[in-house]
Design a binder for this molecule. Structure first.
Ligand SMILES: Nc1ncnc2c1ncn2[C@@H]1O[C@H](COP(=O)(O)OP(=O)(O)OP(=O)(O)O)[C@@H](O)[C@H]1O
Ligand SMILES: [Mg+2]
Length: 365
């Protein structure tokens, strides 16, 4: 079930947005052959004593773009690996187009295309050879193979690179090649594990545009994991937020944002604020939460952006505290993450990326 182990996550409010639990556990539509592309019921994955995925349930509708959003180590890849038959499930069930992945793995596999988190195309082969190998592996008939590869090269904008060795491609182009490769056998359900992590912003946009094109041309359900809240917000029909192996919220991006009290975020940086500044900011009318982000920066959620901004500036003037910067924007999925977990997703990612590999003994810095 969707659960909420963190006491800060709901502050006494319901931790799951309206309809979220019901959506996660919808009953199949009577008379429909495969009402959901993906059904996950109380799925658990343990590695020894460690629980990487902890009782997660959700359904993905046919034709949906469904996002799994969460920090490093949340359990996103482990979930994908269970759903795509790559690792055994410890407890619970996953069904792909109605096929139980544990009991009917081959039938489930025939329905899916998978782009793993690590890049796996063969660097010494050309772009086209990489696609051919996969098409053969999936027994795509020869005639169909040529047509499908030509069409996919066009879709991922690599036609003029078809004879280039894969090692000469940029990261974004390689990702696009892998996406084409995952589609050569016309899967119905496409799993992509962080297809845009590590790409520059331009390549990220082109990967997403391409996914949108592919989806409009083919009958495809897409399950995608990402760290990028802006991407998830713009492109996913529904988003499941995962944290420490648990599903903490699930709904359409708009509904998730609407579930957070306060519709506007004010970020303000002050010059030498007094020690009790956070406490004073809490007294602003309409402010639903105040977070100190360090270096004099505060993030305030409010139900009335203009009134709180005016009051905030007045409060600073009266207290003789300088305002260094001030931005006002709508709530983001980051605020949703904070609301349900008590932490900021971007902080979690920074922590993970700030990790420095220890030196191996004998190696000089
Ligand atoms: N084979 C394994 N053996 C032991 N622990 C594992 C194994 N695979 C994953 N884990 C642990 O399970 C947790 C979830 O890992 P997972 O890779 O699913 O996270 P993730 O959400 O995909 O993270 P990232 O965003 O970094 O890719 C992590 O704590 C990870 O260390
Ligand atoms: Mg992962």
């Amino acid at each position: 079930m969707i659960s909420d182990s963190n006491p800060r996550a709901n502050g006494g409010r319901s931790s799951v947005p309206a309809g979220a639990a019901a959506k996660g556990g919808d009953q199949p539509v009577p008379g429909s052959e495969a009402p959901y592309a993906i059904e996950v019921e109380h799925i658990v994955k343990k590695f020894g004593d460690f629980t990487a995925v902890d009782d997660v349930s959700f359904n993905v509708k046919e034709g949906e773009i469904f996002g799994l959003l969460g920090p490093n180590g949340a359990g996103k890849s482990t979930l994908i690996r269970m759903m795509t038959t790559l690792i055994p499930i410890t407890a619970g069930k996953a069904r792909i187009a109605g096929h139980d992945v544990a009991r009917e793995p081959n039938q489930a596999r025939r329905m899916i295309g998978v782009i793993p988190q690590a890049l796996t195309s063969d660097l010494d082969l050309t772009v086209e050879e990489n696609l051919h190998i996969y098409a053969k592996l999936y027994d795509v008939p020869k005639k169909e193979r040529e047509r499908s590869i030509a069409e996919l090269l066009e879709v991922v904008d690599l036609t003029k690179w078809r004879d280039a060795q894969t090692k000469t491609l940029s990261g974004g182009m390689r990702r696009r090649l892998e996406i084409a490769r995952g589609l050569v056998h016309h899967p119905r359900i496409f799993f992509l594990d962080e297809p845009t992590t590590g790409l520059d912003p331009v390549s990220r946009v082109s990967v997403w545009e391409m996914l949108g094109n592919i989806k409009s041309q083919r009958q495809l359900t897409i399950l995608i994991t990402t760290h990028y809240m802006d991407e998830a917000d713009r492109l996913c029909d529904r988003i499941a937020i995962v944290d420490h192996g648990k599903l903490v919220a699930l709904d359409a991006p708009m509904a998730l944002k609407a579930s957070v009290p306060g519709s506007t975020v004010i970020e303000a940086q002050f010059e030498n604020p007094p020690d009790d500044w956070e406490k004073r900011l809490h007294t602003l009318d309409d402010a639903t939460s105040v977070q100190h982000e360090g270096a004099g920066m505060y993030r305030i959620l409010t139900g009335n952006g203009s009134r709180t901004t005016t009051e905030l500036v007045e409060m600073a003037v009266v207290a003789g505290v300088g305002v260094k910067s001030l931005t006002v924007q709508n709530t983001t999925l980051d605020d949703v993450f904070v609301h349900y977990t008590g932490r900021q997703l971007r902080d979690e990612l920074q922590k993970a990326h700030a990790f420095v590999m220890p030196q191996r003994p004998g190696l000089r810095p």
